[in-house]
Design a protein. Structure first.
Length: 215
């Protein structure tokens, strides 16, 4: 395994939590930075876990390079998420109570991992990401999401992730019985924007935004 086990934690301790959110940073990022995004998510009593990539990158080239050119790092990154999910399962958090949040390279890795290992997860949020490979190898995706909600948010244009690849990803996930919400924002830049977090809070975490409003 090339990536080393280096998990950063926040939120409720895993032993006390009933749900967990795995947060996956982008190229050049840090686990601590992606964990800070959780401050904008309407989650309570979640364990928060973020793996740290070796040298701050999950794989060396574009996510749309031929898959073999990103090996062995890509397989190692997928193994790291598999290890993390298994660790949460062992500590009493079922996969149906595990959620994922990924940004940019981390969104691509998150989507690739959950689609290769599709089952009923709590939910998936992927900001500016798509399934990996020059051509998507649907032969890697053999199982079913069983209704898992997946939020995909992206900008058009984006320097790294074409909107068409995000649309293609949405179609594949829907064919695997994910409930997909796709939002494409015009000229939003390569960033996480408040509108995406607001929609993810509603769609993934069931936050209506009405709690503090007077009747």
């Amino acid at each position: 395994m090339l990536h080393k086990k280096d998990f950063k934690y926040n939120g409720t301790p895993i032993e006390q939590a009933k749900k967990a959110l795995i947060m996956v940073h982008g190229r050049g990022g840090f686990a601590e930075d992606i964990l800070a995004v959780a401050d904008h998510l309407k989650i309570e009593d979640f364990a928060l876990v973020a793996p740290q990539a070796y040298n701050n990158s999950w794989y060396p080239l574009s996510f749309m390079a031929p898959e073999q050119q990103n090996q062995p790092w890509l397989d190692s990154a997928i193994e790291m998420l598999q290890l993390l999910e298994a660790e949460l399962n062992e500590k009493g958090i079922a996969s149906k109570d595990i959620y994922f949040f990924g940004f940019s390279q981390g969104a691509c890795l998150t989507l690739e991992y959950v689609t290769r290992n599709a089952k009923r997860y709590g939910g998936v949020i992927a900001i500016i990401g798509g399934l990996i490979g020059k051509n998507i190898n649907t032969g890697n995706y053999l199982t079913d999401f069983e209704g898992t909600p997946v939020y995909l948010g992206t900008s058009d244009p984006d320097a790294h992730v074409p909107a068409d690849r995000v649309k293609q990803t949405a179609e594949i996930l829907e064919n695997k019985n994910a409930r997909v919400e796709l939002q494409i924002h015009k000229d939003a830049g390569h960033a996480i924007i408040p509108e995406e977090l607001g929609r993810a809070n509603n769609f993934i975490f069931g936050y209506s935004g009405m709690e503090n409003e007077k009747p």
